[in-house]
Design a binder for this molecule. Structure first.
Ligand code: UDX
Length: 444
């Protein structure tokens, strides 16, 4: 099919590269020239496992082109909207880009083209936009891929949600995604993501057809529910700290109940990134617009925002941090990405620096991106070893493998102090203590 994808961020670029690899003719559109140039020169505009390889493959096969204009829309059978929805100061999503895309599609796309919204939008947006794109057929197809595992997630998804009021159109969209599954082995080989044949074969999971409004609500409430699980685990972690229970044991115990499930119950410094905080605040604001009290999510947000300060205070009770040399390892909101948006690890570095400590921070991918959000007196370094050298205290703030795999003896030999703060509960507590260091975790 002839496809245009508007917006070359994480979702748009991944979608473009996958559809091109599945044999479709794809134009990836973005107003940012640097992104267009990156894709046309065979590279992803950001770091994402395997994506460079897949884009280069798309360029070689001539199935993928990037463009700074909208000329391709006239011939497109399907148009995906994947532009950003930044949040307004009050937490509600800013739909400026979404609205502009709809107007452009209405003026340039052919009648009968399918207009698929992939961006996360408040419930009711599709109904409003359908009035703008009257000649096209509107569908909502929320995206559930995670940063760092975008290609794997796209091949190995739990469910595909298609919200559309026209059944034939919904089936066409399903076929598009099935074509990605069918090209799964090639995509796995080209992107070198290392899925087994079994994992690829297990593809083609459930497709759930819904109304546009339900699809819109599924997207934000799925993320909100996961955020709720994390905040629940963190609430229990605070109680475990006070009572002497171990949060890992408790969560394993409750997570083994099938009705609950073990995933997203890892306690630590809380969630961040471009999705969870924004989706949760967006949901709260939409609920207010509809006169619905979403206090449950306000509580989850407050708890999440309390975690960096909670951890730092726990340490300050053991050792005053003023004038101490403190290493902060990890600034990204999670391992495997250069993304430091709303990262609790950055908050930890800033809180420690506000307490008068000298902070030496390092992240394998996110130094550059985090720099603008860090206090000006935080020093960024280019390795874990230089950050740890002579440190009194270390905060392992993001669970990058290189921090988990660094032998505890090395922490000990590089540091001058003894305190190891495990903000993600990702280190072996017994081993840290065996080495004669003091371990401080979250709920352990
Ligand atoms: C999320 C959703 O998972 C994905 O489906 C959606 O499309 C986009 O938002 P992402 O933001 O890439 O994906 O990150 P995810 O892996 O879900 O982690 C979110 C945050 O939660 C991270 O900061 C992570 O460290 C934290 N987290 C996750 C926990 O603190 N504990 C957990 O148990 C799991």
């Amino acid at each position: 099919m002839n496809i245009s994808v508007i917006g070359s961020g994480y979702v748009g670029t991944t979608t473009s590269a996958l559809l091109a690899a599945a044999g479709h003719s794809v134009t990836a559109i973005d107003i940012d020239e640097a992104k267009v140039e990156a894709i046309n020169s065979g590279k992803a505009p950001f770091y994402e496992t395997g994506l460079d390889l897949l884009i280069a493959y798309g360029r070689e096969s001539k199935n993928l082109t990037a463009s700074g204009d909208y000329d391709s829309l006239g011939a497109a059978d399907v148009i995906f909207s994947c532009v950003g929805t930044p949040d307004n100061p009050d937490g509600s999503p800013n739909l400026r880009f979404i609205n502009e895309v709809a107007k452009t599609v209405a003026s340039k796309a052919k009648a009968g083209a399918i207009f698929v919204q992939k961006s996360t939008v408040p419930v009711g947006t599709g109904e409003r936009l359908s009035l703008v794109t009257k000649d096209q057929i509107y569908a909502s197809n929320p995206e559930f891929l995670r940063e760092g595992t975008a290609i794997t997630d796209s091949l190995n998804y739990d469910r595909l949600i298609i919200g559309c009021n026209d059944q034939k159109t919904a089936q066409t969209i399903e076929r598009l995604f099935k074509s990605i599954n069918e090209a799964g082995k090639d995509i796995n080989r080209v992107a070198e993501i290392g899925l087994t044949n079994e994992q690829i074969k297990e593809n083609g999971h459930e497709t759930i057809f819904t109304s546009v409004k339900s699809a819109e609500l599924i997207k934000v409430t799925a993320n909100a529910f996961l955020a709720l699980k994390i905040s629940f685990a963190n609430s229990v972690a605070k109680l475990a700290d006070k009572s002497g229970a171990d949060i890992g044991e408790v969560m394993n115990g409750i997570g083994s109940d099938n009705r609950i499930g073990r995933s997203f119950l890892n306690a630590g410094r809380g969630y961040g990134g471009g999705c969870f905080p924004k989706d949760v605040s967006g949901l709260i604001s939409v609920a207010i617009d509809h006169g619905v009290d979403f206090g449950i999510m306000t509580a989850a947000t407050d708890l999440n925002e309390s975690m960096p300060g909670y951890i730092v205070n726990k340490v300050a009770e053991v050792v005053p941090l003023k004038n101490k040399s403190v290493a902060v390892l990890g600034l990204a909101f999670k391992a495997g990405t250069s993304d430091s948006r709303k990262s609790p690890s950055v908050d930890i570095a800033n809180i420690v620096s506000d307490m008068g400590a000298k902070v030496l921070a390092y992240d394998p991918q996110a130094n550059e991106e985090a720099a603008e959000d860090l206090n000006s007196d935080v020093t960024l370094l280019d390795s874990a070893a230089t950050a740890l050298k002579n440190a009194d205290v270390v905060f392992v703030a993001t669970d990058w493998p290189e921090f988990k795999d660094l032998p505890i003896e090395q922490y000990k030999s590089l540091m001058s102090g003894k305190i190891v703060v495990d903000c993600m509960n990702c280190l072996d507590k017994a081993e840290v203590e065996r080495c004669g260091l003091t371990y401080i975790g979250v709920g352990r």
